[in-house]
Design a protein around this ligand. Structure first.
Ligand code: PMP
Length: 404
């Protein structure tokens, strides 16, 4: 069970007002708010054990190193990875995908090899692969969507051929909320010996994830969307894959020995963590993941599903409102337009009522082109949101509609 008033009191920002109105924060897919324990952790790290890690023999350095490596183990357990060597700290989902795109294509791809993505990917899961088109000559193949904005799995099967080198797919679409059947995608890809990367930026904070059960080869997510700090993210990769990939960034920490003649590289996970690691960020992310684990990912999933169903029902009572993303399998996001009211106008006017939603293309311009819209209004939910807030959203939209 979710104790909403207790949970809300953990997030100081939720009790602030904007334009004199209570804040209704429904932009959780962009970033989540932070519980006090996460900010306290950041303060504690800087005030009590700030030191550069891995290098120092002194007490503070050792403690900071221990905190960073303990955070890695927390994250390993959170996603059910086999080994903490499989957890690489990055700056976020975007950097994690760039790391894989760059190193994987360099090592395994030749001109005209193919990477399969889907029509509903975030730009972060399109552009890193496009950059590789210029460098290594790989080509993108795109799984289309049906009119409920779900992946067409039969079309995915047809795209697989001897040139297919990797499949990179989002678990939950940030623009639609569509929850993809990644287990099936992975099974199909693996039957052809093709590895799969899962973009879990919109799933890891909403449902229990077990990378070993899922059997994905790579999985990526951002700390700031999972109640943790900004600028901190995770790349999970099966050890066998990470061992085969070349380093991404060069610098301190990722080396074993350096000479002008020959440099050798460190072991996992350090091979991919050049430079001073963000040990404050990693510790704060671990605190955030512990916080949501304590609430329980099953409880979170159940509660957020109820909120999504309630919001969908209530929104559909508004004349002319069209939802984009009508799959029965969805998570935490509802994207919509109303008649010819511009999404930007809707967002601006809701904002004046204290309601924060996102408007625009949601970094998914190819998807918007397919749906023949410039953008949508998106409300995205967290376990700290309430049905009363959904009611405020619906009332706010009705007011905007009445003004047009
Ligand atoms: N993928 C998805 C599905 C996302 O929702 C986002 C963030 N909107 C990203 C990738 C990029 O995340 P970040 O900007 O934190 O790297």
């Amino acid at each position: 069970m979710i104790d909403i008033s207790k949970i809300r009191s953990d997030f100081p920002i939720l009790s602030r007002k904007v334009y004199g109105k209570p804040l209704v924060y429904l932009d959780n897919a962009a970033t989540t708010q932070k519980p006090k324990c996460v900010v306290d952790k950041i303060e504690k790290m800087y005030f009590t054990l700030n030191a550069n890690i891995h290098r120092g023999v002194h007490y503070l350095s050792q403690q900071a190193t221990e905190a960073h490596e303990a955070a890695r183990i927390t994250i390993q357990k959170f996603i059910g990875a086999k080994s903490s060597n499989e957890i690489i700290f990055t700056r976020g989902t975007t950097e994690s995908i760039n790391l894989v795109a760059s190193t994987y294509c360099r090592e395994f791809c030749k001109p005209n090899d193919e990477i399969i993505v889907s029509a509903m990917e975030h730009h972060s899961n399109i552009v890193p692969w496009q950059l590789q088109e210029d460098i290594t000559g790989v080509k993108l193949q795109v799984i289309p969507i049906n009119d409920r904005q779900e992946l067409i799995v039969e079309e995915f099967k047809k795209k697989i051929n001897v040139r297919t080198k990797l499949v990179s797919i989002t678990h939950v679409s940030n623009a639609l909320g569509t929850l993809n059947d990644v287990n099936e995608i992975i099974k199909i890809a693996h039957a052809h010996g093709i590895p799969v990367l899962i973009d879990a930026a919109q799933s890891v904070q909403h449902m229990p994830i077990d990378v070993q059960k899922m059997d994905c080869d790579f999985l990526v997510f951002s700390g700031h969307k999972a109640y943790g700090p900004t600028g901190m993210g995770v790349l999970y990769g099966k050890e066998e894959w990470l061992n085969k990939l070349p380093p991404y960034h060069g610098g301190g920490e990722m080396i074993s020995s350096v000479s002008f003649e020959k440099t050798t590289f460190n072991e996992l996970p350090f091979k991919f963590e050049a430079g001073t690691p963000d040990f404050v960020g990693s510790s704060a992310l671990a605190t955030a993941l512990d916080y949501i684990s304590n609430i329980g990912l099953d409880n979170i999933a159940r509660y957020e599903q109820e909120l999504l169903e309630y919001a969908t029902e209530q929104l559909l009572t508004i004349d002319g409102l069209k939802i984009y993303g009508t799959s029965p399998h969805k998570n935490s996001v509802v994207s919509f337009l109303i008649n010819d009211i511009h999404h930007y106008d809707m967002g601006m006017m809701l904002d004046k009522m204290g309601i924060a939603v996102r408007t625009g293309h949601h970094c998914a311009q190819p998807l918007m082109d397919i749906m023949k819209v410039e953008g949508t209004v998106r409300a995205s939910f967290s376990f700290y949101n309430t049905k009363e807030e959904v009611d405020s959203l619906v009332a706010g939209i009705k007011r905007v509609v009445s003004m047009f």
